[in-house]
Ligand binder design. Structure first.
Ligand SMILES: [Zn+2]
Length: 183
């Protein structure tokens, strides 16, 4: 099955789970729950500032933040990164304890703490390698305008409703095969 990324590199989807044979998005209700959740979430985080840039510049200097082009983690505890900061995240995940937080709600905060403590990847450290090299060429996420999905438009982990434990467990398995440090 072909894998595709939508809008940002990082999260990947089985093409047939989210697109019809003409390459158009399937209706959201026809997507598997984990994919649907990520597609909806992508609609909210697409073109958002890089989280690492934001930790450096803050809301007061939001214009100095690069647009995020990579997304890792689970919806609502995801980490958004620009090209410059993606290697820092991958280094944290692979080499400096980040993988312990795989699939947990602390994932995002743990990376922030690490970054705020001044940790960075060594010079020249390569992030993930992608076949699709230019995130600007990826299809844009669909516009989602539905109250049904409003919980995915916020940014509070405690708003994580609509996910069963089973779905979280499943997404954890998926995470292992798709993310840095995956087995
Ligand atoms: Zn950045």
């Amino acid at each position: 099955m072909a894998k595709v990324s939508i809008g940002m590199l990082g999260w990947r989807f089985d093409e047939e789970n989210i697109l019809d044979e003409d390459g158009e998005f399937l209706p959201l209700e026809e997507m598997p729950p984990n994919d649907r959740e990520r597609i909806v979430r992508l609609g909210s985080i697409y073109n958002a500032p890089c989280n690492a840039c934001w930790l450096i510049h803050g809301d007061g200097n939001i214009d100095d933040c690069n647009t995020a082009q990579y997304v890792y983690g689970e919806p609502l505890s995801e980490v958004l990164l620009c090209e410059a900061h993606e290697p820092d995240f991958v280094y944290w995940f692979r080499e400096d304890g980040g993988s312990e937080y795989r699939g947990t709600e602390e994932f995002e905060d743990a990376f922030y703490e690490w970054f705020l403590d001044g940790n960075r990847a060594p010079d020249g450290y390569e992030g993930m390698e992608y076949v699709e090299t230019d995130p600007d060429d990826l299809p844009k996420p669909p516009e989602v305008d539905s109250e049904e999905y409003s919980e995915l438009e916020g940014d509070d982990v405690s708003d994580r409703v609509g996910l069963t434990d089973e779905e979280i467990a499943e997404s954890g398995v998926d995470f292992g095969s798709e993310y840095p440090g995956g087995r």
